[in-house]
Write a protein that binds this ligand. Structure first.
Ligand code: SAM
Length: 234
């Protein structure tokens, strides 16, 4: 099992979008693919198509691409093509996987989305019945680590240990852990990013007063992210 830890930094002001890290993660995920030819690729939590765009950019051949997301708006902005089937469905719901049939040599991809699985063990179990080869990148609870600590709240997403345990129940996996730092010029910019980026989980909403307090006591001019890249077979 590989456990390489990589780290890199970015400056948020160099980008005009709120998904700088996700864009990078999708690029790395696709770069790590072992083959350059697949029959069917399925991307769950496909969003606006970062995975698909990288697949095309990196000349990876496929006959069929299934783009699955629970958001109609996201699917609306995902690229369209004769080879693409868009499915609006929730990967937390049992009916979603009942509807999908995949050939044996299909590959399931997922980038920056599975941290939203409400029951990861169940989602992985359902996935493992459909496809034996998966490659995904998932944010861990060390994302916004110091922010959560400063606000004295626990992360709404899974820790590396829990992720590895659950994945190990259904798959033989190789893991790569990567840390990211995203720097901001002002605290205000940083907190706007948190609100809009969609990586922190919206369950534990802080009040306006708590956010103001947090902005005063947060010690860094950067945000922390941690992503587990998983290559797995069952
Ligand atoms: C942070 S975005 C990542 C999008 C894309 N994979 C990328 O790399 O840019 C997470 C995506 O997961 C989708 N998502 C969240 N929960 C989901 C669920 N339960 N079922 C299906 N899609 C979900 C969201 O709608 C969103 O498009």
């Amino acid at each position: 099992m590989s456990n390489a830890i990589g780290e890199f930094s970015r400056y948020a002001h160099q980008y005009d979008n709120y998904n700088v890290i996700q864009v990078e993660v999708a690029k790395i995920l696709v770069k790590q693919l072992a083959s350059s030819e697949y029959k069917t690729l399925i991307d769950i939590g496909c969003g606006s198509g970062e995975v698909y765009k990288n697949v095309v950019k990196q000349d990876i051949l496929f006959e069929h691409f299934i783009a699955l997301d629970s958001s109609r708006e996201m699917l609306g902005i995902h690229p369209s093509d004769q080879k693409i089937t868009k499915i609006c469905a929730d990967f937390n719901s049992p009916q979603t996987f009942e509807k999908i049939t995949l050939e044996q040599n299909s590959l399931l991809l997922s980038s920056s989305a599975l941290q939203w699985s409400t029951n990861l063990e169940y989602t992985l179990f359902e996935i493992s019945k459909k496809v034996s080869s998966v490659h995904f990148a998932i944010f861990t609870s060390n994302t916004f680590k110091t922010l959560h600590k400063t606000a004295q709240i626990s992360s709404p997403i899974y820790s590396v240990e829990v992720l590895k345990d659950n994945i190990g129940k259904y798959y033989e996996a190789t893991f790569r852990l990567k840390e990211y730092k995203l720097y901001f010029q002002t605290t205000k910019e940083m907190f706007n990013y948190i609100k809009k980026s969609g990586v922190s989980g919206g369950k534990q909403q802080l009040t306006y007063k708590q956010i103001k307090q947090l902005m005063k006591s947060y010690p860094f001019d950067y945000l922390e992210f941690e992503v587990l890249f998983v290559e797995a077979r069952c």
